[in-house]
Write a protein that binds this ligand. Structure first.
Ligand SMILES: Nc1ncnc2c1ncn2[C@@H]1O[C@H](COP(=O)(O)OP(=O)(O)OP(=O)(O)O)[C@@H](O)[C@H]1O
Length: 887
């Protein structure tokens, strides 16, 4: 085979570079701008070129290169072919045939393999072509764009041929070659996007990963050749790098091209993906030199075409369909936006978008420009949901006037009705998402708000009550960016709890501002990289963070060291309380380390959070040693689900009674201390040195028996608890009534009492109501007790009583119906203190809504009423949409 002729032919190929399509492969390679790409799923050498070369030495001699749009497959194939022609690589092959399978779509009729080969290499003489089948081991086929190939490779539907001289359809020839009925020994490299179904293809699969950070750095340096390279790279890192498509060399080309242009003009670089596409479109449209009406008509036509292409699996459109779209300007836009494939031997051609992102952006823009309001945004999104990934992102970005201004000067104003339609959808779909518990939906809402870039809108949508249900779990970098934007717009995040997330350096950097804004930081089941720790440490020194929990998270002792040093070096007065982490599965032996930490000269630790660690009774017994030490400053200990039983409570109570302990708050949620555990603790509660303010015994297998011990403690003059949580224990009526007797003790300090799911009866509520009238309780929870309207009636009366000081009341799932609403409203009108009422999961219906809405509107004191999961119909949703009511 004449390598020189092939080389000349390849180098002569007329290819043009396009803003969205990328710089053509040949100039990239010839201009020494080719950067070896990373390959996935291969061992050893991880560049694609080397991996392909190595795989071709395998017995199968067939390689499938798989990579997304613009990841560099075509360029790699061209480079391999050029290297072969220049004697640099693949020299075991004497014949290399390079085809783009897309071009075969339009080949009609039949032809022989020889003719097909000659069509690819006009310089191939008939004599050489005849030799090829005889030396099939020396033949390499390089086949590009399998994803665009319309014919099937299913061997069962073709009459596979073996004779190279036999005439057959091109689809049959391709199938015969790939299934090796013809030129059995030939080798293949086939490139395809991952979207393609390549079930009939066997071979070594090599994933084309494109550019990672080091390659991007080289690319930017080559592109800019000056100090702007760093500037551009840093900007991309901050605003785009968390999108998967940043590894695409083609996308990098587009980013560099637009940044270069903007930097030259002294303009601001775009902050979001939407803004970048606004800038790109403005530039492309300007190069077309059309007037406003024509640009508008062009965008609308491209929008229609974008929709057609997204709906059609092959993502392209024929000249006929372009005509039917009816826009003469479209043909002028061809090079800027579209790829045209001229069918061989006919004047038919197919069009597809050069960039899927631009295709979706244009679809979004056309929606806002469209005059007809027939197709609402919901319909648009639903229609394209299978293939459009960023349509809602672009719609969000484009819905904000400030961001669209550069486009307005080119193509006029958007249709205000469409903008209104979108904003309505954004608010209502976000509210719905935030009412539910699906993390993906919460985060979709954050992503859209990030694109909109409007702080006021964030505040309107992410209300404090909406934040409560948002669960931060398993975050990607992209999620981290959106979350950080939302947190910065809200200016505060009182508690930030993150779980099951890989906190690499980049993630920690992205979330650092959010962490610095949070008072309480909780990480559970997270993995920290060493590089992440300085970001965490710097957030801790912000002065706001007062509590840190790292339970079930993985990090090395070295990282622990950095953290604890940073805690110790921080300004203590600015950090009145500092918490410590729990380690995944901390065995009880680790409790000895904790003791030395808590009792060290420098220990500042006030809060110890070791929830979900299996320290068990032995662990707690060891930990108790710290409580005897005057240096131990521990004020709060969270031992939720630590596998504790009554066996360790005696030692714990004894340590507390020693007089050295500063402990104020103890959380024993989800342990099994049982009634005898309470008996041991209540000894301490009656002790003259008792300093405890809060005791949480949620779900601890307690029965009514424990109430007699607690009653005794309550009646003691030393009892100091302000908060007691006995929820999810079977106290029953008898036990709870005993407890109430204790609570009636004059001077009883309890202000917050939690008795959810304790088997309370109406008589107990009557007792609690009389307690309320004494004015000691500020917060009472009696949710998930079957007391009904009758039981609650005692509470409403009490709330209305002039001595009652209750601020928060929780009657979730207590069997309330519309019948309670008159008394409830009267209570709200009368109260001078009640701010929050939790009434989820009851059976109120639409008839109660007007009265509840009215009373909430009238009340200056009530701040929130939670009516979620009652029996309301959709009809009243608008009416309930009152800032203070959650529904
Ligand atoms: N290794 C590389 N070094 C430098 N630039 C590259 C490299 N690979 C690709 N590029 C640039 O990215 C552009 C797009 O690459 P290419 O066309 O090879 O991607 P592709 O995976 O074949 O895309 P598609 O599947 O969409 O056809 C190229 O035109 C070139 O400008």
């Amino acid at each position: 085979m004449d390598k020189a002729a092939m080389l000349t032919q390849m180098l002569r190929t007329k290819e043009t570079s396009a803003f969205l399509g990328g710089e053509s492969p040949i100039p990239v390679i010839r201009g020494n701008k080719y950067i070896p790409l990373l390959a996935g799923a291969v061992q050893g050498d991880n560049t694609v070129d080397c991996a392909v070369e190595a795989a071709l030495l395998d017995e199968i001699r067939s390689v499938i290169l798989i990579g997304p749009e613009g990841s560099g497959k075509t360029t790699t194939l061209q480079k391999l072919a050029l290297d072969w022609a220049q004697d640099k690589r693949l020299q075991s092959f004497s014949f290399v045939f390079h085809f783009n399978l897309r071009e075969f779509n339009s080949l009609e009729g039949t032809l022989s393999l020889k003719a097909l080969l000659q069509s690819s290499h006009p310089s191939l003489t008939a004599g050489s072509a005849a030799v090829v089948p005889k030396r099939s081991e020396e033949v390499l086929f390089v086949l590009d764009s399998l994803d665009q190939y319309r014919h099937s490779l299913d061997p069962s539907i073709h009459a596979l041929c073996s004779d190279p001289n036999q005439e057959a359809s091109v689809s049959c020839l391709v199938a015969s070659l790939l299934h090796r009925s013809m030129l059995r020994g030939a080798a293949f490299i086939v490139a395809t996007k991952p979207t393609c179904n390549f079930e009939f293809l066997s071979g070594t699969r090599i994933e084309v990963l494109g550019f990672s950070k080091p390659q991007r750095e080289i690319y930017f340096t080559n592109f800019f050749k000056d100090a702007n390279a760093d500037k551009a790279l840093l900007h991309m890192e901050r605003t785009l790098e968390f999108y998967d498509f940043c590894s695409s060399p083609r996308f990098c080309w587009t980013v560099c091209s637009i940044y270069h242009l903007l930097l030259d003009l002294g303009a601001k670089l775009p902050e979001t993906l939407s803004q970048m596409f606004v800038d790109i479109l403005v530039h492309l449209m300007k190069t077309l030199c059309l007037n406003e009406a024509s640009v508008r008509a062009l965008v609308l036509a491209l929008g229609r075409m974008a929709s057609l292409c997204l709906l059609d699996q092959h993502s392209n459109s024929t000249k006929e369909s372009m005509k039917s779209i009816g826009c003469p300007q479209l043909l002028t836009a061809v090079d800027a936006f579209l790829i045209v494939d001229q069918d061989l031997g006919s004047d038919k051609c197919t069009f597809s978008f050069q960039s899927q992102l631009m295709q979706e952006f244009i679809l979004a823009l056309a929606f806002f420009l469209s005059e007809s309001t027939g197709e609402g945004v919901e319909h648009l999104l639903k229609k394209h949901q299978k293939r459009a990934k960023f349509l809602d992102f672009f719609l969000s970005g484009l819905s904000e006037e400030v961001q669209c201004r550069p486009l307005e000067t080119l193509l006029g104003k958007a249709n205000p009705d469409q903008i209104k339609d979108f904003r309505y959808w954004l608010k209502s779909s976000s509210a719905e998402a935030l009412r539910g518990y699906e993390k993906a939906k919460h985060y979709r809402c954050f992503h859209l708000l990030h694109q909109v870039q409007n702080e006021a809108l964030v505040k309107e949508i992410i209300t404090p009550s909406a934040q409560v249900v948002v669960y931060h779990e398993n975050l990607s970098l992209l999620d981290g960016v959106a979350l950080n934007y939302v947190a910065m717009s809200l200016h505060k995040i009182p508690t930030f709890s993150l779980s099951s997330t890989n906190i690499c350096t980049k993630m920690a950097k992205i979330l650092s501002p959010t962490m610095s804004l949070s008072h309480i930081l909780t990480f559970s089941h997270c993995t920290f990289s060493t590089g992440a720790i300085p970001h965490l440490a710097s957030a801790l020194s912000s002065g706001v963070v007062s509590e840190l929990s790292l339970s079930n998270s993985h990090f090395s002792d070295e990282m622990l060291n950095i953290l604890s040093t940073s805690l110790q070096n921080s300004n203590v007065s600015a950090h009145p309380s500092k918490s410590l982490w729990g380690r995944h599965g901390t065995p009880h032996c680790c409790c000895e380390d904790l003791v030395s930490l808590l009792t060290s000269q420098t220990s500042q630790l006030c809060t110890l959070v070791i929830r979900y660690n299996q320290i068990g009774d032995d662990g707690l017994r060891k930990l108790c040693k710290a409580l005897y030490c005057p240096r131990c400053r521990l004020q709060e200990i969270d031992m939720e689900m630590c596998n504790l039983t009554a066996a360790s409570m005696e030692a714990f109570a004894e340590a507390l009674c020693s007089g050295q302990s500063q402990l104020r708050k103890v959380n024993l949620t989800n342990n099994k201390i049982g009634d005898s555990g309470v008996k041991a603790l209540s000894k301490y509660l009656q002790h003259s040195l008792c300093k405890m303010h809060s005791l949480i015994l949620f779900d601890n297998e307690l029965t009514g028996t424990c109430c007699s011990y607690l009653k005794e403690a309550l009646e003691s003059e030393h009892f100091s608890l302000l908060e007691l949580d006995l929820s999810v224990n079977d106290l029953g009526q008898e036990g709870a009534l005993l407890l109430c007797q204790g609570l009636h003790q004059p001077g009883c300090p309890i202000e917050k009492l939690f008795l959810n799911r304790c088997g309370l009866s109406q008589s107990v509520l009557k007792e609690l109501a009389s307690l309320l009238k004494k004015g000691t309780l500020r917060s009472l929870s009696v949710g998930i007790n079957d007391v009904g309207d009758q039981g609650a009636k005692y509470l409403w009366e009490a709330v209305a009583h002039p001595n009652c000081l209750l601020e928060e009341l929780d009657v979730e799932m207590t069997g309330l119906t519309d019948a309670c609403v008159v008394d409830l409203c009267a209570a709200i009108r009368a109260t001078k203190t009640l701010k929050s009422l939790e009434m989820r999961n009851n059976s109120l219906t639409d008839v109660s809504v007007p009265a509840l809405v009215q009373v909430m509107q009238d009340s200056d004191i009530m701040q929130e009423l939670n009516l979620r999961y009652n029996d309301f119909s959709e009809d009243v949703l608008d009416m309930v949409a009152n800032g203070k009511i959650q529904y």
